[in-house]
Design a protein around this ligand. Sequence first.
Ligand SMILES: [Zn+2]
Ligand SMILES: [Zn+2]
Length: 444
Amino acid sequence: MEGNELFTYIGNNDYEGVQKFLSEHKLKGDLYDDHGMTPLQHAAYKGNKQICQLLLDHGADVNSGRHEHGYSALHFAALSGKDDVCTCLLAAGAKTYATNSVGRTASQMAAFVGNHKCVAVINNYIGKSDVDYYILARGLETSPKLDPILAEPLHNFIMQVNIHPVRVALNLLPSLISHLPQVRKVVTLMSEKQMKAGPETNEIMAFKLHYLAFIIGEVQKCKQGDKECDLVELFVRKVHRPIHGEKYVEMFVRDCVREFPYRECMVFKQMVSSLSRSGGDAIPALSVLTTAINGHRGFADDTQPCATCAEESATKKCAKCKVVRYCDRECQRLHWFIHKKECARSNAASSSTSTTTEQDNSTSNQSGNSASPRKETNSEPHLVQGGENSQDNSSPSNSEAKGTLSSEAVNQDQNTDSSKSVRNNDESIDQEKLTEKVSNLVCT
Ligand SMILES: [Zn+2]
Ligand SMILES: [Zn+2]
């Protein structure tokens, strides 16, 4: 039959072939192969996002299939290990709660075979319509619960994978920050809705939303009267302050779990049992949460998270000590109050001095190629840019210099974004670069 041709094209990752076939034949409902698999399921299994998107654009049903073991297209994407294919299917409405014949969801299958990125993408996915629900006035309401301009930033905020409290707070864009009570209310309602969705109940998302609402509450608590202040900065200081240090995070994460109202669900029970371990078996509360939401993670040796927000593979590092890594200048600025002592110490320890901005991947074993005297602990931090050959001589940190700082920070963000997309395109090259940088560091 002519459908076989289509399966052959997909099997060969032949995009043009699929395109030609679809222009000549209309996809009536879905085709099935001998195992009850649809063309979309084949494309997902091959991990080919382009072909998946093409089939979806031609009306393929993301949830259809008669696979003998009950696998959905999302199951196959999860097994392929391609998180972009998962995202594409999720955006088309793939059901995350669908289970195969052995009762496993796509995310569970991904975890089973160690495709952690897919686990994180699936577990953190929420449809835009779930947020948009709140931008319309319902029932007797005279105004909607959520200002429509907040829908997009809130949707992005919820889908973030890194759940470190600092990263969560940093992801609260100014528009969300200026509407915290409203945002917190909606996030809490969304959590409740996820729990009461019948067969579509998503415990993990319900808990994540509860956690996000909890952090928003903690950020709100930083407000001191009517004083104008940077709530996120105050919150970050609380998280990193040495006296409370990890203890504050440990405590509020535990409080957050304790306040989760749905105690019968599996996620809650699992977390409580992990949190009740003590002594040598104790696991930091934040790791328990990360595992519950994003699945078990293997840590690659060559990734060094940002010291401020734990974002993985932070590409820039402190130009003074060349040890501590950051995502961008904003992360460095927020961490400076705590890092400056450590930084001075590690500088004193290493006899070599260097300029404040130096390429970490330059051939740089030359010490003291600068005459600039080291400033005291109040001096400003600098970033060495990882990867690209750009230099950065400007200095952040100073609150007086905020005007210049914010525009600097934007530039920095753009840099980060572009380096991120490069990383996504070719992870192996980037990892090589990282390893190279690490070895340079050791030499220095
Ligand atoms: Zn960071
Ligand atoms: Zn440093």
